[in-house]
Design a protein around this ligand. Structure first.
Ligand SMILES: Nc1ncnc2c1ncn2[C@@H]1O[C@H](COP(=O)(O)OP(=O)(O)OP(=O)(O)O)[C@@H](O)[C@H]1O
Ligand SMILES: O=P(O)(O)O[C@H]1[C@H](O)[C@H](O)[C@H](OP(=O)(O)O)[C@@H](OP(=O)(O)O)[C@@H]1O
Ligand SMILES: [Mg+2]
Ligand SMILES: [Mg+2]
Length: 347
């Protein structure tokens, strides 16, 4: 007799669904008794299912409400992850707060986040730059993380001329640029599984570069450097980060105990099981690390062996659920047993 098929629903945008729901994943899951079932986020969630568990990455309060209603009426459906926990990552103003409050066992490594300030708009920034006390260069990132290409567009501001050219009307984060050797460490977290990979990043910016920069070069628009595909990204940015590949290849990975402790700390503190974070190493101090970005449900399909990682994760989730249901039944039985004993005494 074949083992029970567990039903795991997934609600993803068409872009994310095409990238993540590959046949390799669907087939490997089926072999382990897991049925991956597409949820249509445009239709009432309550009318779809039943599910043992759902995974999801849909932006917006309507979807969040539907998931919260599902949890209320079907507490046995495991929701990965609770919308209210995911929402913390939808604002760069608060995204990194969790890092500063982490207590992780550190060897020689120290951990921080870059100095940053949230600003409503970029008007008259030149006058207040001294008061803000930031030193150039810095990166201007829009506060809202909403899955749009626009939310990944950001500006490297090299000098006051660049600041004058910065025209941002919506709230943005001004984050100090930390020289980090042109490499970021992207750490994928899937439940208890942690996988660190190296990716291209912005090259270091020396004082000499800053001082010799022509005024018209004060501002650089870029996006998703770590995902840069040379053939279809701006030649200016490609030109700016050319040669970084060698740095990526040569870069030493951070200590795996440190990365794992940091990943576990973030998973517990955020109450999230599907995310990645960008870790950079200070060029001036090889033991000083910064978390600069945390993404909910990122491009997991790029992670090596993502199929087996996710199938193991799904099996862990349904096994955990099975154990909880068993435990609850046992507890209910004991309560009923106790009540029967009590009623006998009354006879
Ligand atoms: N404070 C910083 N110091 C140095 N480099 C930075 C800093 N912040 C961002 N960067 C560079 O800019 C890139 C994009 O920044 P960030 O990761 O915040 O943007 P994102 O659009 O959220 O990226 P992702 O595709 O990872 O979601 C980083 O990968 C890194 O190369
Ligand atoms: O919903 P968004 O656009 O935020 O999701 C992005 C995510 O922010 C990261 O940019 C992912 O890249 P990695 O961190 O390198 O995995 C993107 O993955 P992709 O493979 O789809 O480009 C997410 O879309
Ligand atoms: Mg990033
Ligand atoms: Mg991001």
């Amino acid at each position: 007799m074949s083992s029970p098929m567990y039903r795991i629903g997934y609600a993803l945008s068409s872009k994310d669904g095409q990238r993540f729901m590959q046949n390799s994943l669907i087939n490997q899951a089926k072999q382990r008794g897991i049925d991956l079932i597409e949820i249509d986020p445009t239709k009432p969630l309550a009318q779809q299912g039943p599910f043992d568990c759902i995974i999801h990455k849909i932006y917006g309060s309507d979807w969040n409400n539907q998931v919260q209603q599902l949890s209320l009426h079907h507490p046995n459906v495991v929701v990965i992850d609770p919308p209210e926990a995911i929402d913390h990552l939808h604002s760069r103003a608060s995204m990194l707060d969790v890092v500063t409050s982490l207590k992780i066992p550190q060897g020689n490594q120290t951990l921080g986040v870059p100095n940053q300030r949230v600003l409503e708009e970029s008007e008259n920034l030149v006058d207040s730059i001294d008061e803000i006390g930031f030193k150039f260069p810095f990166i201007a990132k829009q506060v809202s993380v909403d899955g749009s290409a626009k939310s990944h567009e950001m500006f490297l501001v090299f000098n006051e001329n660049g600041l004058k050219k910065l025209k941002l009307k919506k709230p943005f984060v001004m984050q100090e640029f930390v020289n980090h050797g042109g490499v970021i460490f992207k750490v994928y977290v899937v439940g208890d599984h942690v996988k660190c990979v190296k990716r291209k990043s912005l090259p270091d910016i020396s004082e000499g570069t800053l001082n010799s920069m022509a005024p018209e070069e004060g501002l650089l628009l870029f996006k998703q450097i770590s995902n840069l595909i040379a053939k279809n990204d701006s030649s200016e940015v490609e030109g700016y980060i050319s040669g970084v590949e060698k740095l990526v290849e040569a870069a030493e990975m951070p200590p795996s105990e440190f990365v794992t402790a940091l990943a576990n700390g973030l998973r517990e503190a955020m109450g999230l099981r599907l995310f990645n974070f960008d870790l950079i190493r200070d060029s001036r101090d090889g033991n000083r690390y910064y978390v600069i970005d945390i993404n909910y449900f990122p491009g997991f399909a790029k992670m090596p062996e993502y199929e087996s990682v996710f199938v193991d994760f799904f099996c862990d989730v349904v096994e955990e659920k099975r154990r909880n249901v068993e435990l609850e039944a046992k507890e209910n039985q004991e309560v009923r047993g106790g009540e029967i004993e009590e009623s006998k005494k009354l006879v």
